[in-house]
Each structure stands twice: as structure tokens, then as C-alpha cells.
Design a protein around this ligand. Structure first.
Ligand code: ATP
Length: 249
């Protein structure tokens, strides 16, 4: 297996938005189709229809559009959680659709941080243990210190020993962000990262994601209904009915 490009290999400090010419994400005519419920024979429903998108290294893009337009589905494909029905997706030098399940798990471990709308925290584990998971999987030696620092950065050091059920929705979201960012991934995919947060906490979370980009050259792909977050991105991509219909700087 060839090595995953990590943020460390990308190297050093990157200025915000620097080095955008090299696409770290290339989606080429991507389709996602599922069997049509109640449909006859081979009838399918197209959730994504011919999506093409290049995102440069260190670029921040907002994915906007109405509910049901396919934003989350696109994130699932970019993060290797679903395979495209047609088309090709390259992320950090890997053809995501062609990877085995095991290699897609390694890709997520090494190159891609993901924050889901529903957080996907492990219910039986404390906040600290949740943040530790990716570091321990990667065999990091200073894992506990780094996980504590990540929790501290999202304002939750005092809640490190709490389980998800003992945390508010916004606190769980911040734990999920800490977990996604702690490994300094090449690509951070976040679905509504400020969605459950008050404006002040949302602004702090935005600052953290953009600081990660400045520090590690991380590419940010952010699904958002938050105009402040979309405005902070280098550009916004608007989706409608499974297609990209507009790109605005
Ligand atoms: N596995 C599936 N089977 C059938 N339909 C699906 C499946 N996954 C997604 N859909 C449908 O595809 C469409 C796109 O869903 P998606 O979650 O990607 O939209 P979204 O733009 O992220 O919406 P929201 O802003 O509400 O989160 C929706 O109509 C959804 O119901």
C-alpha cells in the first residue's frame, strides 16, 4: 500500500489559502444512485447526478444548498463512507472508490477528519477517550496530552471525563470536532460544524478550523447553512437536487 499524504508531509506552516493549485480533492462526474423505494425492477433514485469538484490544498470551501440537495451525501463520498455509483473521487492522492474497505478505514484514520451532523461519538466512552481513538489507532506516543489539548482548544477540558449522554448537543459537537482535528488531517470534512452552537461558540469553532488550516495546510470542506461560516470560506458551492448549480467566490 502506498503511503497516505499526511499534513506533516505536506509540510510546515502554510499561510491561509496558500498552495491552492494542487487539488487535494478531485471529484469527476460523480453519481450516487440508490434503489428506488417501491420502484419496480431496477428503478433507481439519483441522489447525486454528475457532480464534479476540485478543491485545492489548503482551500476552504462551503457546501450550501437546501435540505435534501445532496450535501451530506457528497461528504459521505469524499470521506470514503460511501462509494460512488459512477465517476471517480481522488482525495489526498487516493482513488476513494477503488479502495478496499480496510484501506478506506486507513485513509480516514490517516488523512481525513470527519464531523458528522449526528456526531457519531462512542456512547460508552468519555469525551477524552473519544478524542483519543484516532491517536491510539495511529499509534501516537503522546496521545493523552494531545487529546487533552484538543479538548481544551474546544473549551471542554473540564468535561473530559463525561460521556456523550452527559454533554449537551453543542458540547458533543465540539468533542466530535476535537476528535476530527486532533490528528491534523490533510482534509477536514464537517457537516454543519456550527449548527448546534451559539454565535460566540460557533465563532470560536470557526477560528479553530481556520487555525488548523493555517498551521497544517488542512483543506476544509464545510457543509453549512451558516452565512458567517460560508462567508469565511474561499468559495461556496451551491447544490440543488443532487447537482452543483453554482460556485461563488
Ligand atoms: N440511502 C438513501 N436512500 C434513499 N434516499 C436517500 C439515501 N440517502 C440520502 N437520500 C436522499 O437523498 C437526498 C439528499 O440527502 P442529503 O442528506 O445528502 O441532503 P442534504 O443536502 O445534506 O440535506 P440536509 O441539509 O437536510 O442535511 C434526500 O432527499 C435524502 O432523503
Amino acid at each position: 500500500m502506498d503511503s497516505v499524504i499526511s499534513s506533516r508531509e505536506i509540510g510546515g506552516r502554510a499561510e491561509e489559502g496558500a498552495g491552492r493549485d494542487t487539488p487535494v480533492i478531485q471529484a469527476d462526474d460523480v453519481w450516487l444512485s440508490v434503489p428506488k423505494r417501491g420502484g419496480s425492477g431496477n428503478a433507481t433514485l439519483d441522489i447525486l447526478s454528475g457532480v464534479s469538484l476540485d478543491v485545492g490544498r489548503g482551500e476552504a470551501i462551503g457546501i450550501v444548498g437546501p435540505s435534501g440537495s445532496g450535501k451530506t451525501s457528497l461528504m459521505m463520498l469524499l470521506g470514503g463512507l460511501e462509494r460512488p455509483t459512477r465517476g471517480r473521487i481522488m482525495v489526498a492522492g487516493r482513488d476513494i472508490g477503488a479502495l478496499s474497505e480496510n484501506d478506506r478505514a486507513l485513509f480516514r484514520r490517516d488523512a481525513c477528519g470527519i464531523v458528522f451532523q449526528s456526531f457519531h461519538l462512542i456512547a460508552s466512552m468519555s469525551a477524552l477517550d473519544n478524542v483519543l481513538v484516532p491517536l491510539e489507532l495511529a499509534g501516537a506516543t503522546d496521545a493523552t496530552d494531545r487529546a487533552m489539548a484538543a479538548l481544551d482548544a474546544v473549551g471542554l477540558a473540564a468535561r473530559a471525563s463525561h460521556r456523550p449522554a452527559e454533554l449537551s448537543g453543542g458540547e458533543q459537537q465540539r468533542v466530535a470536532l476535537a476528535r476530527a482535528m486532533v490528528g491534523e488531517p490533510s482534509v477536514l470534512l464537517a457537516d454543519e460544524p456550527t449548527g448546534n452552537l451559539d454565535p460566540e461558540t460557533g465563532a470560536q469553532i470557526m477560528d479553530l478550523m481556520f487555525a488548523l488550516r493555517a498551521r497544517a495546510g488542512t483543506t476544509l470542506v464545510l457543509v453549512t447553512h451558516d452565512p458567517a461560516l460560508a462567508a469565511r470560506c474561499d468559495r461556496s458551492v451551491r447544490m440543488q437536487a443532487g447537482r452543483i448549480v453554482d460556485t461563488a467566490a
